[in-house]
Write a protein of this length. Structure first.
Lengths: 361, 361, 361, 361
C-alpha cells in the first residue's frame, strides 16, 4: 500500500478522532477484573459517567457498541406486543424503529422530513389520543448522526407531562453526549442510550444506559428475554465496581482518561461551547459556498448521506477532540473536494468560517 | 497508591497477558468503519479466525464479551420452550445453563463432579432416550475455565452421530481456542462460541460464533427475539468486510496482530505444543508439592475456586502469551505463597517443573 | 493546566510531527545492544540511511542531537589552528561558525544577507585566493532552518573543483535531509551532517555523519581530541551492526520505521515532490497576503525569526510527515493570527494555496 | 523470524527493563523545545534529578549515552597534560581511563583484581605522595557494571580530605544511580556521571553530570576544547527550563515519568531496599549452586564477562524495574541454563533464593 503522508482527517460524524492520551491509556496491560485495582477503575468510570449524563441514578456500561445499548433499553423495560412511539428524524431513528419491530414491539413511527427535530406538540397530542395508555415508551433521538437534526428533549418532557401520560421516555444521545448539553435527571428521562465513539472520544466498543427509578420498576414487569443486557445483574455487581461478566477492561482505561479530560480538565461547559462555536463556523462556510444546510438550527453534525438522503448530502463531522485548525483544514478539504468534484459552489466558505472564528475567539 | 515495582504476573486463567505488539496495534487511530481500509481489516480478521476455528464456514465477530456470544448461539437457533441438553463440568457450564433457562429454554442439566469432562456415552444414551427429538441442542464447554476440565469434542460428536439424533451441537471454546487443538468442521460442530481474552491474547471485548450450514438453517425457524446478535445481518455485511453496526475497530486491530503471531509466526501446532508442555510442567510442580490436581488429564488451566469449589482450589493460569521463565516465576510465587499462607505442602515443586522443562526443551 | 482540545499543529521548522507509527515503534521494549536482534537493527538502519544520504560510503549514527554531529564533523577531520571557510546564510550557519572558533579553528566567515544561498563563484574565488591551501574545509548549510535559504551543493562542488583546491567539503543537511533531494556521493561531499527530527520524522536525539574516503583519511592526521565522536570506533563496531558504546536503541526502532515509510512506502522522489508542492502552496499564500518571502526560490521552510531576523519574520514549517489539509489548517491559523495580531495583510492567502493545491493534485 | 512467545527476560545489567508507563510516556507527540510546555518539562526533570543525585547544585542533561557524560566530566574541568588518578575496579574503569588518555590527559591507573572496590587508604597515600598537587582529579566508578564491585564513595572522600589534597573528585554512578544510595553533596563529589538506562529505568540516550561549585570554577581554567559538552551554556539555558541545542524531548518525557515513580510513588529508600533484598537473594542462589561470587560484599549486579573476565563469569542483572517473581524466573532460567550447558553445579539455588525472599518479605 502506498503511504499516505501526514495525519488523516477523520471528519466523519463518528467514530471521532481519539486523543493520543486516550489511545495510550487503552494501551496498558489488562488487569484481573475481579481484583481491587479493577474495582477502583469500575467505580471511577461509573461515577464520571453519571456526571456526563447529569444523573444521580444508575448508569450501566456494556461491552458492546451503541446498537446494543438501544436493544438493552427496549428489552429491559418492555414485553412482546407493547406499543412504542417513535419519530422519523433521520436514519438512526429509522433503524431504532426497525429494531423495536423486530423485537416484537408495535412501533408507531411518526413520519418526518429528516430536517426537523421532534415536535413537542405532536408528542403531546399523540399521547393525549392514547386514552388507555397503551403506549409504553416514547423514543427520541437527541441528535441525529445522519442529519445533524437535534430535538429539544426538555420540551418533549414537558409535553409528556402536559399529556399526563405514564409512558417511559427513552432518548438516544449517541452523537450528542459530551458535545451538546444533556440532562438526564432534570429532563426526567427514563432510559438514556449513549456510546463511546463520538463526544466521549473513545474507540467504539462501549455503550451505556442511564436509568431512572421508574425504568428499573418497569424492568420488573417486562418479559422480553434478556441476560447479557439485564440491568439488575449489572447494577448489583457495579455496587463494588465489578461486572457480572468480563468487561472490556482496556476500553474502560480509555474511558477513565477521557472522563478526566472532559470533566476535570476542559470542563463540560467549555466542551459544549467549543462544539457550538465550531458548528457555527461550519454553517457559515456552508452558507457562503451557496450550499444548503440540511437541518434546522440545532444541528451539530452535517454529513454524508445515509438512508433517505444517500447521494444528496454530505456531513462535516466536528465532534469530539477537535479544534479551530482541524476544522479549518477540514473545510479547506471540503472546498477543494467540491471543486475537484465539479459541484457548483461559490468560493469563500473557508474565509467566512475563519472570520467567524477570529471574531469569536 | 504505592508503586509496585516490576512487571505484574497476571496468571489468572484469563484475561491473559496481552503481548506488547497487540497492545500497540490497538493503540492506533480509529478509522472509518465504512471505508476501504476497514474492509481490508474486516476481511482479513474473519479469514484468520476461520483458520483458528478450523472451519470453512462462517465466523461472526461481536463487539461483546464471551457471555454475549453464548447468548448469540442460543437466540439465533432456538425458540421459547425448546429443550437443550447441558452438562455440569464446572462453573461456566452452570452459568450457561442458567442463561438458557432465563431465555425461556428448558435446560436439562446433567450433574457432574467438576473433575471430569462430558462422558460421550452419557450423551449417546440421553439422546437415544429422546425418541421424539425434543432436544434441540447439546451444549458442551470444551475447556472449563473454572476447573481445567477438558471434554473430548470429537468423541461427543461421534456419540451424537451414533444416536442418530438431529440435535444441534454447540461448544464453548472460550478458554481453549488457540491453546488446545479445536476443529469446528471436522467435529461437525454447529455453533462454536469463542472469546478474545484467553488464547487469542487480546483484551476482553470481542467474542465469536463459528457456524455450520445446519445452524444457519435452524436460525430461519428460531423465534427468540434478536437484533444485535442476529447472524444473517452480520454475514451479509461481512461479505464485503463490513459490519451491520459500529464494530470495535481498535480491538480488531489487535485481533489482526494476534492472528499474525499465532498463524504466521508461531504456528498453531507450536502454540498447542507450548501450552501442553507448560501445562505438564505445572502439573509436575503441583504433584511434587503434594497437592491434588482437581481435574483429569486433559486440563489446561488450574485456578482459584469459583462456584462449588470456592475456597478449596486455586488455579494457575498459563494460557496465551507465555513462556518457560514466566511459568517458573509463577510457580515460585505459588510456592512462596503456600509457605506464607501456612498451607501444608512439600517443597520441590518448582524443581520438578524445571527438571521437566529442561528435559523437554 | 486547562486542556487544549484537539491535535496540536506543530508547524515549527523542527522537530516536525512524528507519525504515530514511528512513536509506536519507539514504544517497544529495549533490547540487549550486544545481541543478534540488535545487530539486525543496526545493520538495517545504517543501510537505509545510506540510501537517504545517497552514498555507498560510511554513515555513522550518534546518540546526540544535531549540534553533536556538527562537532563530530569538525573534531574528526581538523586540528587546532586549521582554517575553515564558512558562509553566513542564516542563524545556524552562524552557530556552526561560532562552534568552529570555540574548538580552536580559524573560521573565515563570509558575510551574507540571510536571503541568499552560498554563491558558487564566491567559493571559487575564495579558494583560488588561498594559494597555499591553508583552508582545510569549506562548510555549507544546505537548507537554513532559520530562513529557508537553500544553497546549491552541486554547483558549490563544481566551484571547488574548478579552483583545484584540496579542501574538504562539509554540508549541514539537518533541515533538508529527506525533504529536498541530496546526493552525498554524486556531489562528492566529504562530511554530511544530518539529524533525526526534521525530514526523518523522528524525535530529536539521533544525529549523523556521512563520510567520504578522503574524510576518513583526513581523520588520521587530525589532532583535535575526540572519543565520543570518533568515527573509526563507530565504523569498526558498525561492521557487525553494533556500536562502541550504548546506542539510543529505542530511537533506532523509530528510525527503522521512518526509513521504511520513506524508502519503501512513499519513496524518496515522492517525498521530495510532496515537500516541493506544499512549499509552493505556502509561498502563494504568503504572496497573496502581501507579505514578503524572506528567501530566494529554493526555500523549504519559512519561520519565526532567529538571530538577526528576530521579531521581523515568522516561519511556516512544512517538513516531514505533512499533507495538504495539515498545511491548509496551518495557513488558516496564520491568517487568523495575522488578523488577531493586527498585522497589515490582504485576505486571500489561504484561497491561493487551495487553488494551487487543487490545480496541482 | 520465528515468534518467541511470552515476555523476554532482559536480565543484562543494563539497559534494564523499561516500565510500560515510561515507554508510553515517551510515545507522546514531540513538542516545541522553545515553548512554555517544554520549559515546565525541563525545570521539572532537572529538579527531580537533583533529588536523585542528592544535590542542591547543578545537574546537566545530555542527549547522549553515558560515555558522553564521562567525556563531559573530563573536558569541562581539565587541560591537555593534566594528571588524573584512576583505579582498575573493572571493565568500565578501564574504558574511562583509556578515554582520559586519548583526550590528552595523563592517567595514573592503579591496578586492581576486579573483585574489590577502591581502597580509601590507597587513595590517601597516593595523594599524600603528590606533594606538588599535580593530580587534578580522582576518578572512581561507584558500582562496576562489569563485576558488581562497589566502592565506598564516602570513605574515599574522607581519604582525600585527610590527604588535604585539592584534587577534584569524579564518580561514575551509571549503574548505581537510583539503585544504591548515592549522595553527591554529602560526599562532596565534584562531578558525578550518570546515565538513563539502568536504575532510572529509561532507554539509553540521556546522560548526566551533577556538579559542584568547585567543578564549575575549574571549568573556567580548563582548556580542553568543548562545545556540545560545555556546562556553562547548559546551566544558563536550564535556568528557564530550556537547552542550548535541541534536547531529546521524548526521552525527557520518559525521565519525568520515571522520576515520578522513583521519588513520589515508590520512594528512593524503598527502591534501595528492594535492590538490596533482590541482590541478597541472588547471592544466596549463586552460593547454593556452588558457584563463586566474583565481587565483594557491596556488589549490585553479577554479569557476563567483559574484558579481563570474558568467558569466565556471567552476570545476573537485577537493576531497575524488577520484583521477586521476575528474579525467581531469572534464577530458574540460570539453573536450567547451567544444566543445559553442562556446567558443574549443585541444584537448589532457586530454593535458597525463595527461602530468603519468603523469610524477608
Amino acid at each position: 500500500m502506498a503511504l499516505r503522508s501526514g495525519r488523516h482527517f477523520l471528519q466523519i460524524p463518528g467514530p471521532t478522532n481519539v486523543p493520543d492520551r486516550v489511545l495510550r491509556a487503552i494501551d496498558s496491560a489488562t488487569i484481573d477484573h475481579r481484583g481491587p485495582d479493577f474495582a477502583q477503575l469500575g467505580l471511577g468510570v461509573i461515577e464520571g459517567l453519571k456526571r456526563v449524563f447529569k444523573t444521580k441514578s444508575d448508569v450501566v456500561i456494556y461491552p458492546a457498541s451503541g446498537t446494543g445499548a438501544w436493544e438493552a433499553a427496549l428489552v429491559n423495560t418492555l414485553s412482546a406486543g407493547d406499543r412504542v412511539l417513535m419519530f422519523e428524524t433521520g436514519q438512526f431513528a429509522s433503524l431504532w424503529q426497525r429494531m423495536a419491530t423486530e423485537l416484537g414491539l408495535v412501533a408507531e413511527f411518526v413520519p418526518g422530513d429528516w430536517r426537523h427535530g421532534v415536535d413537542p406538540n405532536l408528542v403531546e397530542s399523540k399521547l393525549r389520543e392514547d386514552r388507555q395508555h397503551q403506549i409504553k415508551a416514547v423514543c427520541v433521538v437527541h441528535n441525529e448522526t445522519s442529519t445533524g437534526v437535534t430535538s429539544r428533549i426538555g420540551e418533549i418532557r414537558a409535553a409528556i407531562d402536559r399529556a399526563r401520560h405514564p409512558s417511559l421516555f427513552m432518548v438516544d444521545t449517541i452523537s450528542s453526549l459530551a458535545s451538546i448539553d444533556y440532562r438526564h435527571d432534570e429532563w426526567d428521562v427514563d432510559v438514556t442510550v449513549g456510546g463511546s465513539q463520538k463526544g466521549l472520544m473513545l474507540p467504539p466498543g462501549l455503550s451505556f444506559n442511564a436509568l431512572s427509578a421508574k425504568a428499573r420498576e418497569a424492568a420488573k414487569q417486562a418479559t422480553l428475554p434478556r441476560v447479557y443486557w439485564r440491568w439488575e445483574d449489572m447494577i448489583r455487581a457495579n455496587q463494588s465496581g465489578f461486572f457480572p461478566y468480563t468487561p472490556a477492561t482496556n476500553l474502560l482505561y480509555g474511558l477513565r482518561e477521557a472522563l478526566k479530560m472532559l470533566l476535570e480538565e476542559e470542563g463540560l461547559d467549555n466542551v459544549f461551547a467549543r462544539h457550538a462555536r465550531l458548528a457555527e463556523a461550519t454553517r457559515r462556510a456552508v452558507r457562503a459556498w451557496g450550499l444548503e444546510i440540511l437541518c434546522e438550527r440545532f444541528d451539530m453534525s452535517l454529513g454524508t448521506g445515509l438512508g433517505k438522503v444517500q447521494g444528496k448530502v454530505f456531513r462535516i463531522g466536528h465532534l469530539g477532540d477537535f479544534n479551530e485548525l482541524m476544522l479549518a483544514g477540514t473545510l479547506c478539504g471540503v472546498e477543494m473536494g467540491l471543486a475537484a468534484g465539479g459541484v457548483p459552489f461559490k468560493q469563500g466558505g473557508v474565509q467566512k468560517a475563519l472570520d467567524y472564528l477570529a471574531a469569536s475567539s
